[in-house]
Design a protein around this ligand. Sequence first.
Ligand code: MG
Length: 270
Amino acid sequence: MEIGVINGLKDGGRCFEHVSQFGLNVCQLQSWDMTLATPEIADAVVMEALSAGVRICAFWGGVPGPSKWNFTEGPVTLGLVPPEYREERVAALKRWADFTSRIGAPALITHCGFIPENMTDPEFEPVVEAIAEVASYCLEQNIEFWFETGQETPVVLLRVIERVGTGNLGINLDPANLLMYGKGNPIDALDVFGRYVRNIHVKDGLCPVNGDNLGKEVRPGQGKVRFPEFVRRLKEIGFDGELIIEREISGEEQKWDIRRTIENLQLWLG
Ligand code: MG
C-alpha cells in the first residue's frame, strides 16, 4: 500500500512539486476544469510527472455545472443523477477518459451522485445507463472507471457495479465520506464491496449532526474512521492499492496535516 496525495492539475501540468515536497512518488491528479482536458496538457503532464519521478495512479475528473455538498441541494446537483445535466456530464467524463488514457493513468474517478437507494425509482435505470455509457467508453480506452464513495450507501454501489457489468468498474473508497454523509461505516463497508476497492482516500470526518448538512471533515486520526482498524482490515482483505491523502483545506495548515498523516500512516501500516 503505497502512500500518495491528491494533486490538483494546474500550471499547464507543471504541478508535481506538490507531491515531491512530501517525499512521495505517487498521486491522484484531479481537475474540475474542462478547459484543461486537452491532448497538449496531457502530454505536458506526462513529461512533468516523468521528470518529477511521480506516478499518477488515477485521474479524478469533475463535471460541469453546479455541485452542492449538502443534503438539500446535493441530490439535484451532483454527478450523473440530475437529469438536466446528465448528457453534458456523460460527454465531459468521456473527455476526461481520453485525458486519463493519454496520461497513462489506469482509471478515471468521479462522484456519480445520490444514486437512488430504491431501485424502482424511475431515475434508477437512466442513471445506471449513463454510468454504463461512461464505463463502456472507458473500456474502449483501456482504462477503468471508479466510483468515489460519498452520496450512496455501499450496497447501492455494489448493485450498480453488478447492473452495469462492464468488468472495468471499481471503487475509490473515501472512508470519511461514508461517515460524513451518514451512509455507512467504512470498515463494515469492506464486507459489502471490498473486492472492488482500488484506491483509498485517506480522509477523516465526523457524522452529520443535523439533517441538512454533511458531518465535518477533520485531520486523519481525529475523526470516526478508526484508521488503525481500517488499515488492518484492508490488509486482511488483501488490498494493495494506493492510500491517497486528501485534506480539504489549503495553505500551510494543509501541508502540515499531510506531513502528520504520512507519519501516522507509517505507524498504522506497522
Ligand atoms: Mg475523497
